[in-house]
Design a protein around this ligand. Structure first.
Ligand code: HAM
Length: 422
């Protein structure tokens, strides 16, 4: 019997993992520069943490969550996103008492039972950043700039930043009424879900993936025309900050994002290269969520990056290469194997990536293996080399060879590898 991974769940194989590590490292460096600290929350939470935060009428809560009842009858849910969990932890541990502005990031898998397709999985990884405790708009600009720079640091350009404001509960309510009225006139043309949503939560009609509903919302009224004076000033000030940083964006009044907790600023970073699943990061302000989950009235803003989509982009653009050995030691005969085995360990301990063969194979077979591993250099050592106290060092790219003295061999290797001990 053969087992395969569950549909929508995928293995990340070693050569791909190297790309993930590269991303992880680059992003952590930037998070550090922006003053963000890592937080790790559990994969499972009480169901209400998500249903309350994200909203009953959203696709995520109504169709996509993996929930189960434990033996005590409590419904627990595999996290479909990280924001609700981070906010739950922020409240539970009163993080605000230590520092009124908390900047937190987290990296890990999320679970949504969506229809799998290119760039869409049922288990996928997010890199998530949340700034809790500041009302903006400077912090909005800080978060958005960080998202943009995260992509820049890994060499991804040509991305499109979409920006919108959903207003506050007061001005949003005027917009909701107007939208409801508009949708009422087109009700017969909407899908069954959207007919219901047009009454209960009309903003969610914007999330529908069906063409007939998309066509209808394309002519819907714009939230930007309903912003109250404070929300308008907040949004304009954010744009002044972005412009001062030369960050370009497109205003997109249909960007309501698929979660109910958003207020004011929303944004999404998109690419034209991944087909339908073109959002590689999305986020926004959620000024009411901390309070909604039982905490103080603290504003917040954040975003999440979809790791699989970013990796796919990097691979498509051939921006990353698998790490290869700095050195392959081809040893021939037991005396050479034993002595070079010791060199290998010492070099590895100093951080140099060294490979060798485990079987006593011919030089030809070992060179073939070094080539297959992509080794940058090969050191050849056999009985003759031991007798003359000189090993052969070959640069695999230039094919140049030189002899290295076996006395002080480790220093000699480090020197030719330009290894400075860092
Ligand atoms: P989201 O837009 O639902 O926002 O997800 C953020 C990103 O996760 C998307 O832009 C996409 O790249 C990736 N993503 C979402 N679903 C999938 C999937 N099924 N397969 C692969 N990638 C996916 C949130 O989750 C919010 N919590 C973001 C946020 C943080 N807002 C404020 N703070």
């Amino acid at each position: 019997m053969e087992f395969n991974a569950i549909k929508g769940f995928k293995d990340i194989l070693p050569e791909e993992v190297e790309n993930w590590q590269y991303l992880d490292l680059a992003f952590r460096r930037l998070f550090n520069a922006f003053g963000f600290h890592e937080i790790k929350t559990p994969l499972l939470e009480k169901n209400e943490v998500f249903s309350r935060s994200i909203g009953q009428d959203t696709d995520i809560v109504s169709k996509e969550m993996y929930s189960l009842q434990d033996t005590r009858g409590q419904v627990i849910t595999l996290r479909p996103e990280a924001t609700a969990s981070v906010v739950r932890a922020y409240i539970q541990h009163r993080l605000y008492e230590k520092n009124p502005v908390q900047k937190l990031y987290s990296i890990g898998p999320m679970f949504r039972r969506e229809r799998p397709q290119k760039g869409r999985f049922r288990q996928f990884y997010q890199i998530n950043a949340e700034l809790i405790g500041d009302p903006g708009p400077k912090s909005d600009a800080d978060i958005i700039a960080m998202a943009v720079y995260l992509f820049e640091t890994i060499g991804l350009g040509g991305l499109i930043l979409n920006l919108n404001s959903l207003g506050c509960p007061i001005c949003r309510s005027d917009f909701r009424d107007e939208l409801k009225e508009y949708l009422e006139q087109k009700k017969g043309l909407l899908c069954e879900d959207c007919q219901r949503r047009s009454e209960t939560n009309p903003l969610r009609v914007f999330d529908c993936k069906l063409d007939e509903c998309r066509n209808i919302v394309s002519d819907a009224p714009s939230i930007l025309e309903f912003l109250c004076a404070n929300c308008k000033e907040h949004f304009e000030s954010l744009q002044r900050y972005l412009k001062s940083l030369n960050i370009t964006y497109i205003l997109n009044h249909k960007l309501v994002r698929g979660l109910d907790y958003y207020t004011r600023t929303t944004f999404e970073i998109q690419t034209e290269q991944l087909g339908a699943q073109n959002a590689i990061a999305g986020g926004g302000r959620y000024d009411g969520l901390v309070n909604l989950l039982g905490g103080p009235d603290h504003p917040a803003i954040g975003f999440a990056i979809g790791v699989e989509r970013v990796i796919a982009l990097l691979e498509e653009k051939k921006l990353m290469q698998m790490k290869t050995p700095d050195l392959f030691i081809a040893a021939l005969g037991e005396p050479a194997e034993i002595i070079s085995f010791n060199w290998i360990m010492d070099l590895r301990k100093s951080g140099i990536r060294v490979e060798t063969d485990y079987g006593a194979k011919s030089l030809k077979a070992q060179m073939k293996r070094a080539d297959r591993l992509g080794a940058k250099n090969v050191l050849i050592i056999g009985d003759d080399e031991l007798a003359s106290s000189k090993a052969v060092f070959r640069n695999m790219a230039t094919k140049e060879q030189q002899e290295l003295n076996i006395e002080n061999i480790l220093d000699n290797i480090r020197k030719v590898l330009n290894y400075d001990g860092k």
